[in-house]
Design a protein around this ligand. Structure first.
Ligand SMILES: [Zn+2]
Length: 1002
């Protein structure tokens, strides 16, 4: 096994070597019909002639009699959002009758995917058939043995256009040129139109199944031969399951020979040596890019160098010098870095010198043609539906946990907030934040503001009342437990469990300790302390502190925006509950908890606690924040000998969205405590994440090694080798959190690269994550060739994590256009978005008029007067100049790309500042396979518009001296053509796309 294989954290996130995000539904049929994936798509059985029976291979299994009335139905959501489709399951056939339907999935008998038994030479096999109005594709299998368990698998691989059938882990049939559109076969919008049956056909005439069933699974990816073989083998313990590592290359990603020219690196002649100084104990920050010298008169970009990334700081424990050799993809040139480790070297720590503006101080405006910008379009999609939501739906599971009656009209939310989901309540936290932001932003529409304020007050009142009930007797003189550390097991039970079923959930809130508020009883918190891992059964938990973080953040957002004291009281009460329990635990227990995959995912609890300290001045909350330190990632080990605080990358291979909010928390602890190590943690993380793990839309993670699309790659700077997983690449939450971290860092340290990243990720991921005509939004944004975005939650009735962060992102799209220095002597213009700013501290209004990015000009008009520095961002890509006119007069300025330009003046009422930054085309390559690159025009990522799924990267040839010579089109519309293929901004792309291209320079 090579050193590049890392073991992901424990837990069952990778079942049979396949990341759980690839699994849409799983029915084990061990005494129930529940979905044991995380999606809660529980099945039902019709009729009565069935039973769960003991089986000597699999324990409890489901037995169907073959009766006409007995069959299983699966929710229609199970086949939405598919990249491809794989179905696997164990079957024990008892009848040789042909025409028994194993499963039938589709909209009607002319549009469906069906598997049924057919006659084979020496017995019966099964036939899979896809039928659409135009086409019919069929694949068959050899005969199956009757009265024996057989593992069946059907794989529809969209990129390779194959339909494959498997028996017992072996490929037994394959049909090629299967051009089927899964978005057409199934209804992604009205999911109830999808009829999914096991043991029955959609058409009325059929034979029902006489068989036993076990472990039926639906995957959204095309399983490969190895994966199917492993699912089969693991179930029978045929070999030692080797999970959590990738054991075969992803077959659909091309491998390139060493001689493949990798863009400009093919013309590279030399790079200079590097000299770096670092402090004892701190790994040096080696530059990711150095200047290169190119042949043939080529003006190439800075050269990406991949340096070794040690997993500790042994090299820098004492003063001295050493050298490091780096590598350059597609070149044999090896750059050298000479590192001096010195006692004297001081690493400077900035103080916070900037402040932001409240969301009500910046109003988004239409563009120069009076059209809504993408910012306004997306905001309005969300605000419109948010204004119509019923708060009682978001309170449903809270009332359910406290055993309270539901008001008329209240409906439970679905997906991760449904009855049995151990994460329920998470959407409510996002909802509180979204309401606060929508309320504050809607200063342009008082009636909309009133609508949101009403919802806010109702939500807070109800949560406050429930929290006040906890730990108090339910009737006068009744029993109660007020001490959070003394919460007993549920009445009649000996231990704690996570049973949330209607009949099984405990509702004895009087025993839960003072201040408790959550949409589930306290057991999950307690079980985590006792070692519980992530999983769906009642001995396991999901992520109790993750959910709590959202709720606390929402309450504090409301307090800060509306001054609602009850919101703050509720947050304080629950935080006291948390402190009471966690402050009693030994450090080893905390380390174990926070490193337990998903179970210990706590969002930004450290962020929330440090913020609560800031709001209350109660030092207990700052202490609570530090209880959430992820010691291994922050400090390397319990001796605190290295970690991110010393510039050691400790997050390779980890779940990205678990860890980014922890980093936000570190920065918040620094803000409150001034302890420099917490600034280093945040700053070092940001640099590593954006240099070594970032895709071109600004997202991170997407690992194929480890086999979990939500993880950072196993090693830094190996996106091509270890990234681009088949199950999706960039989780939208992760980018939401990266943007949050970026703007907070910028308030301390005005490094222009921070806002360059902010623009890249905001335009090319966040703006690109929303459906064309509703607030439906993306979870994973797929970046493989010819892929398509999937949008969910158009009606705000069932939230995944990313649906939750989407209602936050889209109610604060304007929060980083402008910042001010804390002494109000400088104004930062970070983003070029048509808007009006009220800088009330200076009695100044700034109006920004532009059609950017459909135009490369912007105009700022100043109302009011006074002396201040106007600092305008000169984007890193503005290498064709940056021109400034004040009141129509050209200014002599030295504007360097990737800096802020300061315009210092005694400004007068009506002064105008015109900025012109000509856009041009450029490529952003993948660091370890540079011929795979994305095309940008100014800040905008241009995606190739594809008509079909692709099995390899789209190839384009571009002029080596000037790539724009190979591109035609209309910059106003941002629509271009290369070799007959249309390119559009990724944020305007709703069909199939290629974000990455295989580029040859000619
Ligand atoms: Zn998410």
């Amino acid at each position: 096994m090579s050193a590049n294989h890392v073991f992901a954290q424990g837990g069952d996130q990778i079942l049979d070597g396949i990341g759980e995000t690839d699994l849409n539904a799983r029915y084990i049929f061990r005494g129930d019909l529940n979905d044991w994936s995380r999606n809660n798509l529980h099945s039902r059985i019709q009729g009565s002639d069935f039973r769960f029976e003991k089986d000597n291979v699999f324990g409890d299994v489901l037995s169907l009699s073959g009766d006409q009335e007995v069959f299983i139905t699966i929710p229609g959501e199970s086949v939405t959002g598919l990249e491809s489709l794989s179905i696997t399951g164990w079957i024990y056939l008892r009848s040789s009758e042909v025409g028994q339907v194993l499963f039938d999935f589709g909209q009607n008998s002319q549009l469906h995917l069906q598997a049924e038994t057919v006659k084979e030479n020496d017995g019966i096999g099964y036939m899979v058939q896809i039928q659409t109005e135009k086409d019919k594709f069929v694949v068959q299998t050899p005969a199956l043995e009757l009265n024996k368990w057989n593992h069946l698998a059907v794989v529809i691989n969209i990129p390779t256009r194959t339909l494959s059938s498997y028996i017992n882990g072996m490929l037994v049939g394959q049909t090629r040129n299967v051009s089927v559109n899964l978005q057409h076969l199934f209804d992604n919008r009205t999911v109830s139109n999808n009829k999914l049956y096991i043991g029955k056909s959609i058409a009325p005439n059929h034979k029902n199944l006489n068989a036993k069933l076990h472990d039926f699974r639906i995957y959204r990816i095309p399983l490969n031969n190895g994966q199917v073989a492993r699912i089969h083998a693991n179930a029978l313990n045929l070999d030692q399951p080797v999970v959590r590592v990738r054991d075969e290359a992803d077959p659909s990603l091309p491998k390139y020979s060493e001689n493949t020219p990798q863009l400009y690196n093919a013309y590279l002649i030399s790079v200079p040596d590097i000299k770096v100084e670092t402090a004892v104990g701190h790994l040096p920050s080696l530059p990711a890019y150095v200047q290169g010298v190119y042949s043939d008169g080529i003006e190439g970009p800075s050269v990406r160098v991949i340096w070794p990334a040690p997993e500790d700081n042994k090299q820098v424990l004492a003063p001295g010098t050493y050298t490091v050799k780096g590598r350059i993809a597609g070149s044999h040139i090896q750059p050298t870095a000479f590192v001096t480790v010195s006692e004297a070297k001081k690493i400077t720590i900035p103080n916070q010198t900037l402040g932001d503006f409240g969301l009500n101080r910046v109003i988004l405006k239409t563009d120069l043609e009076n059209n809504d910008t993408k910012f306004i379009e997306n905001r309005d999609k969300f605000v419109t539906v948010l204004a119509k939501t019923n708060p009682d739906n978001f309170l449903y599971m809270f009332r359910n946990a406290f055993g309270q009656a539901q008001p008329k009209g209240a409906e439970p939310l679905g997906v991760w907030d449904s009855q049995l989901t151990k994460l329920r309540g998470h959407a409510t936290g996002h909802y509180l934040t979204a309401l606060a932001q929508a309320y504050e932003s809607a200063s342009y529409d008082p009636s909309l503001q009133a609508t949101f304020l009403q919802k806010i007050d109702y939500m807070v009142n109800t949560l406050y009342e429930l929290a006040q009930m906890s730990g108090h007797p339910s009737v006068a003189g009744g029993d109660f437990v007020s001490d959070p550390t003394a919460v007993p097991p549920a009445p009649g039970k000996l231990g704690y469990d996570s049973d949330l079923s209607e009949d099984g959930i405990r509702t004895d809130y009087w025993n839960w300790g003072l201040g408790y508020i959550s949409a589930y009883p306290p057991d999950q918190f307690i079980m985590l302390e006792h070692g519980a891992t992530y999983g769906t059964d009642n001995t396991r938990i999901w992520a109790p502190y993750y959910t709590l973080d959202k709720i606390l953040a929402g309450l504090m957002d409301i307090y800060e925006v509306c001054g609602n004291e009850m919101a703050l009281e509720t947050a304080k009460g629950m935080s006291d509950w948390v402190y009471a329990r966690l402050s009693k635990l030994p450090t080893e227990t905390l380390i174990s908890m926070w490193n337990r995959y998903i179970a210990g995912e706590y969002g930004g609890m450290n962020d929330a606690m440090a913020r609560l300290y800031r709001l209350t001045n109660n030092p207990t909350y700052l202490e609570t924040a530090k209880i959430f330190d992820n010691i291994r990632m922050f400090f390397g080990d319990s001796n605190r000998s290295h970690g991110l605080a010393k510039n050691v990358d400790m997050f390779r291979g980890l779940h990205s969205n678990t860890h980014i909010p922890q980093i936000l928390g570190a920065l918040e602890v620094y803000r409150s405590s001034g302890a420099p190590e917490y600034f280093h943690i945040a700053n070092n993380f940001w640099r590593m994440a954006t240099n070594d793990y970032m895709y071109n839309i600004g997202g991170v993670a997407g690992a194929s090694n480890p086999a979990n699309a939500e993880c950072f790659t196993a090693q830094p700077a190996t996106l091509y080798e270890n990234g681009f997983s088949a199950g999706g690449q960039n989780e939208t939450c992760a980018t939401y959190n990266m943007l949050k971290l970026t703007r907070e860092l910028f308030l301390f340290d005005q490094r222009p690269e921070l806002m360059d990243y902010y623009e890249q990720a905001l335009y090319n991921h966040i703006l690109a994550s929303v459906a064309e005509d509703s607030p439906a939004n993306t979870y994973h944004v797929p970046l493989r060739p010819g892929s398509i975005k999937q949008f969910g939650n158009p009606h705000m009735k069932g939230f995944t994590c990313c649906n939750g962060t989407a209602i936050e992102s889209n109610t604060k799209l304007h929060n980083s256009i402008y910042f001010r220095s804390t002494d109000n002597q400088a104004l930062y213009v970070n983003l070029y978005v048509p808007s009006t700013l009220e800088w009330t501290e200076r009695n100044i209004t700034i109006t920004q008029e532009t059609s950017y990015p459909n135009d490369d000009h912007t105009r700022l008009t100043i109302e009011g007067k006074g002396k201040f520095d106007l600092r305008v961002r000169v984007p890193h890509w503005a290498s064709k100049g940056f021109y400034v006119k004040i009141n129509g007069k050209s200014q002599k300025v030295k504007a360097v790309p990737g800096t802020y330009l300061t315009l210092r003046r005694n400004w007068k009422n009506g002064d105008t500042v015109d900025l012109h930054m000509p856009f041009h085309f450029y490529l952003k390559p993948v660091m370890d396979q540079q011929n795979i690159a994305s095309l940008f025009y100014g800040p905008v990522l241009l995606a190739a518009q594809e008509s079909t799924p692709l099995n390899e990267w789209r190839k384009v040839s571009l002029d080596a001296n000037d790539i724009s010579k190979s591109i035609t089109g209309d910059p106003k519309k941002l629509e271009f053509t290369i070799e007959g293929v249309k390119f559009k901004p990724f944020y305007d792309t709703y069909g199939r796309h290629s974000v990455y291209l295989d580029v040859t320079l000619k």
